[in-house]
Design a binder for this molecule. Structure first.
Ligand SMILES: *Cc1c(COP(=O)(O)O)cnc(C)c1O
Length: 398
């Protein structure tokens, strides 16, 4: 298949004149999403009310949409389910993995991991008792730190700051050799790079859908459990919808079959409707084409920025194979520079302490926009146009 990028772009509604390089943080609005959500509100909620759970298939949505996500991450049907937010899914996956490896007490992660993943791990380990520890090492030292004390390797495949990728297959193999299980966070991978969870032998994987999968703010997360573990993993967040028979209202918890047990409570039906609309783009987009185009865009962007902005340092790996679908540069005035860019219609984001981050998303961004963004950045740097008090005042969300 050869993806027609004009056709994929036509499926998104982007404001005129804006160059949106932040789809790695919040994907844009799919053109059909408003109507799809509107139908769910008026035709389903409005007319069916409670009967919508059966008649409109609401109860099956988390698994049905999970199957569509599964196709994008190299997982079989029936191995992925939707719900909650990514932070919750990290907790669930880590708790189950730890329980499956009862003789060990160490969770290994890297210091570049997204804070929520580390905070959630710390919080969970605290409730499990003092014997449990979270060990974090530099990303490049993870392989060497995997030893026979590690219960679970908890990693985010694409680093949110730098875009650096871990080698999922190699690290999973090392973890398994050492007797550890793996939890992979795919927040910056799903919809950005081809993935093969089964081929890599991943045990658990989690991810969100509002980044490269364009489900909108607050869109639900997903969780994957390998076939080998799906009926053995015990859910720590044992909610009623993960029960084998929720409507038996059994006072005793019995986990549901396979991935169904990773459901917790009532699914967010309106958000799932938006996600369903957003996933339609994958009927005409091939993830391998997306990856090839993303590399082309990122190489062009890096070359243009480096040629014109000598004070910006590349924070992402230079080898495109080692990067996800984002490019980051460092500068001590990164925050103000990003505000100056945003004021000129180029939307990226800033990540403390000094990272300017740009998501390059070929579904709706092409080479002319990427080059234009580099030009605007070059103007800002050449004229110190960022050096104004209004660009230095920090907003709540950066
Ligand atoms: C975006 C992101 C999150 C956010 O978690 P939410 O619960 O959806 O807010 C967590 N982990 C990683 C690695 C992320 O990139």
């Amino acid at each position: 298949m050869t993806t027609d990028f004009t056709a994929t772009r036509a499926l998104f509604d982007l404001p005129e004149g804006m160059i949106y390089l932040d789809g790695n943080s919040l994907g844009p609005l799919p053109r059909t999403a408003a109507a799809r959500v509107g139908r769910t509100v008026t035709e389903e909620w409005g007319k069916m009310l409670i009967t919508g759970w059966n008649r409109a298939g609401w109860m099956d949505q988390p698994a049905r949409i999970g199957d569509r996500i599964a196709r994008l991450i190299g997982a079989p049907a029936g191995s992925v389910v939707m719900g909650d937010t990514l932070s919750i899914k990290v907790y669930q996956a880590l708790a189950s993995a730890l329980e499956l490896n009862p003789g060990r007490r160490v969770v290994l992660s890297d210091i570049g991991n997204f804070p929520s993943d580390l905070y959630i791990a710390e919080g969970l380990l605290r409730t499990l008792g003092e014997a449990y520890t979270l060990r974090t090492v530099a990303p490049e030292d993870v392989a060497a730190a995997i030893d026979d004390t590690v219960a679970v390797l908890l990693l985010t495949e694409v680093d949110y700051r730098t875009g650096r990728r871990h080698d999922m297959a190699a690290l999973t193999a090392l973890a398994h050799e050492a007797g550890a299980l793996t939890v992979w966070d795919l927040a910056h991978s799903a919809g950005a790079v081809p993935l093969d969870l089964v081929g890599a032998g991943a045990d658990f994987a989690v991810g969100c859908t509002y980044k490269y999968l364009n489900s909108g703010p607050g869109g639900p997360a997903f969780i994957y459990v390998s076939e080998a573990l799906a009926d053995r993993a015990r859910p720590a967040l044992s909610g009623w919808l993960g029960h084998e028979a929720p409507f038996a209202f059994d006072p005793r918890y019995r986990p549901g079959r396979g991935i169904e047990r990773m459901r917790v409570g009532t699914p967010p039906i309106l958000q799932l409707a938006a996600l369903e609309a957003a996933l339609d783009v994958w009927d005409i987009a091939d993830i391998h084409d997306i990856r090839a185009k993303s590399i082309e865009l990122s190489e062009a962007f890096i070359a243009a920025v480096e040629a014109a902005c000598p004070t910006l340092t590349l924070a992402s790996p230079r080898d495109p194979i080692q990067r996800g679908s984002q490019v980051s540069f460092r500068h001590p005035e990164g925050y103000a520079i990003m505000q100056a860019l945003i004021a000129r219609g180029v939307i990226g984001d800033f990540r403390a302490p000094d990272i300017l981050r740009f998501g390059l998303t070929p579904l709706y961004i092409g080479l002319p926009e990427v080059l234009r963004a580099a030009e605007i950045l070059a103007e800002i740097m050449a004229g110190d146009l960022w050096d104004r008090p209004e660009y230095k005042a920090r907003a709540r969300v950066t």
